[in-house]
Design a protein around this ligand. Structure first.
Ligand code: PLP
Length: 389
């Protein structure tokens, strides 16, 4: 069976070049990078080379990079690290309703421990209102954390403008750039962010490794206490092969991004057009222009998204929905609900996220395969039959 992977916002395949770069550190250079003898020297150097690569990728300095175990850890470290280090200055944090659970649940935890959280809403396009952001700042606000790009819709937030607002008020600004990294250019100097999270497995690197940018001068309480690793900022013997892989993935993303963006955008638009032309009652979720080049989130009205995904899977097509199956009931996506979609419409939504190995043939296969599935499912829906009358 043909297998077509359109779920790159969930994870990406490991790049062959990245794999090759990692192998020596899995097999030959197994030493502890903290050792001062011969076995530690090559792993230590590999970590510092990777740090250079990651920092170049976002225009930071190597000293501003902390390696982490994931995007989730980076988000936790940034948010809790600022919350605990600025506790004497205030207890108010501003975020949005459409963040990844790595941010939302960290904020929820802090809200149970004496912090106050403001969750900014979004409009029908999935964008926040900067006046609402300004209006929610108080003298006790210590942190603004707003994602760079949304994982479900691909909507890109105005990070530079938010950075300016944060700076004007002397508030620390963190952005979760896990989905933006590798898809759009990131320049921490130009954006004025203080903290920024990335993750290896979303950029054709390995899973279980990420990086947190911490601007020079920003004080952050460690999340993981231990030895003197990462200049006392994160304890734990380093994941050397993972870090090497992340460094290589960043180098490749920098090299290939421009070319890839054009390729992804043209395939994404072909997919979107193809499906919308062939299937009635399909709605795009998220701002048409201000979004990642690889992502399209479509609502197929009168269709249950999970059933559509299962039928697509039977044809070898992998995509995803925003719904999370929790305690036996299908919760609609918190992102789409925040955008004002009715529950039944958000249940019929599917996220297609494309990647560098997708081809025109893949997209054309998908465009041919999905319409009959949707038609069959709708023919069994009394609501659809009624609406068509
Ligand atoms: N933030 C965003 C926006 C994400 O999409 C993800 C992963 O889906 C994460 C954070 C978590 O990253 P990781 O899987 O490396 O923990």
């Amino acid at each position: 069976m043909r297998r077509i992977y359109l779920d790159h916002n969930a994870t990406t395949p490991l790049s062959g070049e990245v794999f090759e770069a990692m192998v020596p550190y899995l097999r030959d250079e197994w030493g502890n990078p903290s050792s001062i003898h011969w076995a530690g020297r090559a792993p230590k150097k590999a970590i510092e080379d990777a740090r250079e690569r990651v920092s170049a990728f976002i225009n930071a300095t190597p000293q501003e990079i902390i390696f982490t175990s994931s995007g989730t850890e980076g988000d936790n470290h940034a948010i809790k690290g600022i919350a605990f280090s600025k506790r004497d200055k205030g207890n108010h944090i501003i975020t949005t309703k459409v963040e990844h659970p790595a941010v939302l649940n960290t904020c929820k935890y802090l809200s149970k421990n004496g912090f106050e959280i403001t969750y900014l809403g979004v409009d029908g396009d999935g964008l926040i209102d900067l006046d609402e952001l300004k209006g929610s700042i108080t003298p006790r606000t210590i942190l603004i954390t707003v994602m760079f790009a949304n994982n479900e819709t691909g909507v890109i937030f105005p990070i530079k403008e938010i950075g300016e607002i944060a700076k004007e008020h002397g508030i620390t600004f963190h952005t979760d750039a896990v989905q933006a990294a590798g898809k759009i250019p990131i320049d921490v100097r130009n954006l004025g962010v203080d903290l920024l999270t990335i993750s290896g497995h979303k950029i054709y690197g390995p899973k279980g490794v990420g990086a947190l940018f911490v601007r020079k001068g920003v004080r952050l309480v460690p999340l993981i206490h231990g030895g003197h690793h990462e200049r006392n900022r994160r304890g734990g013997t380093e994941n050397v092969p993972g870090i090497v892989g992340l460094g290589k993935a960043c180098e490749i993303a920098m090299r290939d991004m421009e070319e890839e963006t054009a390729h992804l955008r043209s395939l994404r638009d072909r997919l979107e057009r193809g499906l919308m032309e062939r299937i009635p009652h399909v709605k795009l979720n998220g701002h048409r222009e201000k979004r990642l080049p690889n992502t399209t989130n479509l609502s197929f009205e009168f269709v249950e998204g999970e059933s559509l995904l299962l039928s697509m899977d039977m044809q070898g097509i992998a995509a995803s929905s925003g719904s999370a199956c929790t305690s036996g009931s299908l919760e609609p996506s918190h992102v789409l609900v925040a955008m004002g979609l009715k529950h039944e419409v958000s249940h019929g939504s599917v996220r297609f996220s494309l990647g560098k190995d997708n081809t025109v043939e893949d997209i054309d296969f998908v465009i041919e395969t999905i319409p009959p599935i949707v038609e069959r499912m709708r023919s069994m829906s009394p609501l659809y039959v009624q609406a068509e009358k």
